[in-house]
Design a protein around this ligand. Structure first.
Ligand code: PMP
Length: 404
């Protein structure tokens, strides 16, 4: 719930930060019940600046995979911090982490570390252009790959040439993908896809295997590189690359968010064929080789391999989905729950302006359950059956409230 302290921070932020809080963390387009600032987080919970507790179904928009403030991950981070973090050269932990990633994820022969997801998607674009000597990329309408000028949403601050050499197609539409590739003529450098269709506001879609396979074939036929952008969905669908289960291995893949369970680290990974090009592009950043997040990632990846975090989150997510469906029906509402249960988008039927969704999520957040009204949500492994039971009780009360 918005409190006087939260409002005061918002006002102060607006004075000294452009637009106050900007980008995806802004609650500006959500119900006024949403707190903007948080004082702390642990496990599956957040506390706002007045100490109110929320069961958090956003997980920091993805980075929180194992639970906020995970003790083992953070111990590795703190130990490495004491040894050295940002130094004049990388720590041995960088090599160990790259080796671990290569061993763990099929089709990955090398790893280029960076900070944000957009560093990795931009490095993918540059690698594909260097590898092919071509410029055009084909990507999906509405897909998000970051906020650099080549992929920023909207046209504010974007020059006329920044998004040149890009052709768009409809996700999961094989014919439209073929049309876009044809339109690229002989100039195709890459096809960029997300592992699932996870655009904001509209229904999510799982990938059609025929679409995934055709994207692979079209790259093989033209010599272009297939890029799967795992930044958001990485390690929430499988322990490896998200399209491997369909038999489709990308040439390049971008990772971020959950890689170090919330510590700042992202990566571009690739197959040997693209390694020379990846070594020739000029990409770097002052903090890219910071060792502490890499130590955190090593532990994160071990926990992913050794625990049932994935099966646990999927089971809880399906329990929530089933429970929400039943509760909505009891109150005479139709819910749309799309995408994988553990990365769900929840909206209402016949609610194109999201008025019902806004009212319901606004009521829920007031009851201590943080749902998002138009962005897909995330589960973390720290959630329990008790948390889901609690969320369902509150969801039921929120349905009753908006009905009244
Ligand atoms: N790709 C995808 C699919 C994303 O969801 C995001 C972030 N939401 C990005 C790239 C960009 O990542 P970052 O915000 O860490 O730069």
């Amino acid at each position: 719930m918005t409190t006087a302290s939260d409002r005061s921070l918002k006002d102060r932020a607006a004075e000294v930060m452009p637009g106050g809080v900007y980008g995806h963390l802004s609650t500006g387009r959500m119900s006024p019940n949403y707190p903007q600032f948080f004082a702390r987080a642990k496990g599956a919970h957040l506390w706002d600046v007045e100490g109110r507790k929320y069961l958090d179904f956003m997980c920091a928009f993805g980075p929180n995979l194992l639970g906020y403030g995970h003790d083992e991950v953070n111990a590795a981070y703190v130990d490495q911090l004491a040894l050295g973090d940002v130094m004049t050269g990388p720590s041995p932990v960088a090599v160990e982490l790259a080796e671990t990633f290569v061993d763990m994820v099929d089709g990955v022969d090398w790893v280029l570390f960076c900070k944000n997801g957009n560093d990795a998607t931009t490095a993918a674009l540059m690698t594909a252009r260097k590898h092919t000597g071509k410029a055009t990329i084909v990507r999906a309408i509405g897909a998000y790959h970051g906020s650099a000028p080549w992929c920023a949403l909207g046209d504010a601050g974007v020059g006329p040439h920044d998004q040149a050499d890009q052709i768009f197609h409809r996700y999961n539409d094989v014919e439209d993908l073929e049309r876009a590739v044809k339109q690229a003529g002989g100039d195709l450098a890459a096809i960029f896809v997300s592992p699932i269709k996870h655009d904001i506001i509209i229904d999510q879609e799982l990938p059609d295997p025929a679409y995934a396979k055709r994207a692979r074939e079209l790259c093989d036929e033209t010599g272009a590189l297939l890029v799967v952008d795992n930044v958001r969905a990485g390690f929430r669908l499988t322990r490896g690359c998200s399209w491997t289960a369909m038999g489709v291995t990308p040439d390049l893949s971008s990772w971020g968010k959950s890689l170090a369970n919330g510590h700042a680290l992202s990566a571009l990974t690739g197959a040997n064929a693209a390694k020379t090009a990846a070594s020739q592009i000029f990409v770097t950043g002052s903090f890219w080789f910071a060792a502490a997040p890499m130590a955190a990632a090593l532990v994160t990846l071990r926990i992913l391999r050794e625990t049932d975090y994935l099966e646990h989150t999927i089971r809880l997510a399906e329990k929530l989905r089933t429970g929400l469906h039943a509760a909505a029906q009891n109150h005479g509402f139709g819910l749309r729950q799309t995408g994988p249960a553990q990365i769900p988008l929840v909206t209402f039927e016949d609610d194109p302006e999201l008025k019902m969704t806004q009212a319901w999520t606004g009521a829920l957040v007031q009851k201590g359950v943080y749902f998002h009204p138009y962005h897909n949500m995330f589960f973390c492994a720290a959630m329990t059956d008790g948390d889901i039971d609690h969320a369902l009780v509150q969801a039921d009360a929120a349905f009753a409230e908006i009905k009244a």
